[in-house]
Write a protein of this length. Structure first.
Length: 358
């Protein structure tokens, strides 16, 4: 009798175990397939091309996120770890208007090899300085000497204190892969290679799913046939930038221009070249005091340090902006042509020197 009772219980438990293993296998298989899709470079490129097309139709910003949540996560977790800094290149630093202004998506693989866009949204000159320190200390950045060119995309938006609670600080702590040391210096967290790989793949897979939804939403919006809403409201822009810069803007601006000077000194201490580009801005904020004061200080600094200064602040008309300082897809293409013209000689030199037999 006892044996007859136990038999159904054992059978039920065995069935539960098999079902649990089946569900676990399905979950693992789903994660693996998602990660394989997320790691597919051709699929990633297609996603970004489509996102760019929809952004143009919808009159919104386009950001090359790859299969990650945002541009900055892609740069920190995917582009920088794969970069080869031994042979030189051209590298851009700044805030959101450089990350969105210079799009490398459809450049040839050969050209992409020599170019890095390391713009960080809502950041400052001090943030750029800390990122350059990190790249030097952890990735062998600027080891190619004068074959490296660092270009700081400058605008008054960088002249604001970017404290530990700002966007960059939240970016560092997002996955627990980085921490901020004394003075805000960026350092990798103590994790094993396996732990770090798992975290990155989780971020990549999550970004892939996120971008599927984002692409579907943008497709639906582009297919609706509705014209994009009016883009520009000068008074709203001015009010937003007054709040963003804050009441201590002059003091913060002085400190951040000093951060730019430290970046110039740091890059030159590694025998690399450095240039400053005044980035395009719309005319809506001209009556605010920030642009005039900031650009005067940057000009003085560049003159005092013999740093080449390229003034493109008025290179783009207002219609090429999505908002007061971020370019449309067409504006990005126009600005990239300007930038490529300025760096094409150095790129050609890099290509020739590295193609020569050794």
């Amino acid at each position: 009798m006892s044996s007859a009772v136990e038999s159904p219980r054992i059978t039920a438990r065995r069935s539960q175990a098999i079902a649990s293993l089946g569900l676990l296998s399905l979950l693992v298989a789903t994660c693996l397939v998602t990660d394989l899709l997320a790691r597919n470079r051709a699929l990633e490129h297609w996603f970004m091309v489509k996102s760019s097309e929809f952004a143009e139709k919808n009159g919104v910003l386009f950001s090359n996120t790859g299969n990650f949540i945002d541009f900055e996560e892609r740069v920190l977790l995917d582009e920088i770890p794969r970069a080869d800094y031994a042979h030189g290149g051209v590298y851009f630093f700044g805030t959101s208007n450089i990350k969105w202004a210079f799009n490398t998506l459809d450049l040839s693989a050969e050209r992409k090899r020599w170019i890095g866009n390391y713009g960080i949204g809502a950041s400052s000159h001090t943030t750029a300085l800390n990122l350059i320190h990190y790249l030097i200390e952890q990735h062998g950045f600027l080891t190619a000497g004068d074959r490296d060119v660092v270009i700081i995309g400058a605008s008054f938006h960088l002249a604001r204190d970017d404290g530990p609670d700002g966007y960059f600080g939240s970016l560092l702590s997002r996955h627990g892969l980085f921490t901020a040391a004394a003075g805000g210096r960026m350092v990798p967290a103590q994790k094993s290679t396996v732990e770090r790989w798992l975290v990155i793949e989780k971020a990549r897979s999550g970004g892939f799913i996120w971008n599927l939804g984002r692409l579907a939403k943008n497709w639906a919006k582009a297919s609706s046939g509705r014209a994009p809403p009016p883009r520009h409201n000068g008074e709203r822009y001015r009010q937003a930038w007054r709040g963003y810069m804050g009441p201590n803007w002059q003091q913060n601006m002085d400190a951040e221009v000093e951060g730019l000077r430290k970046s110039i000194d740091l890059v030159r201490s590694h025998h690399a070249q450095i240039k400053v580009v005044l980035l395009p801005q719309g005319t809506w904020t001209d009556e605010l005091p920030f642009k005039t004061r900031y650009e005067a200080q940057v000009r003085t600094l560049c003159q005092a340090t013999s740093t080449p200064l390229i003034d493109l602040s008025r290179a783009m008309p207002d219609e090429d902006f999505v908002d007061s300082n971020h370019l449309t897809v067409k504006g990005q293409e126009k600005f990239r042509d300007l930038i490529m013209g300025a760096i094409s000689g150095h790129l050609l030199s890099l290509e020739r020197s590295n193609a020569a037999p050794r």
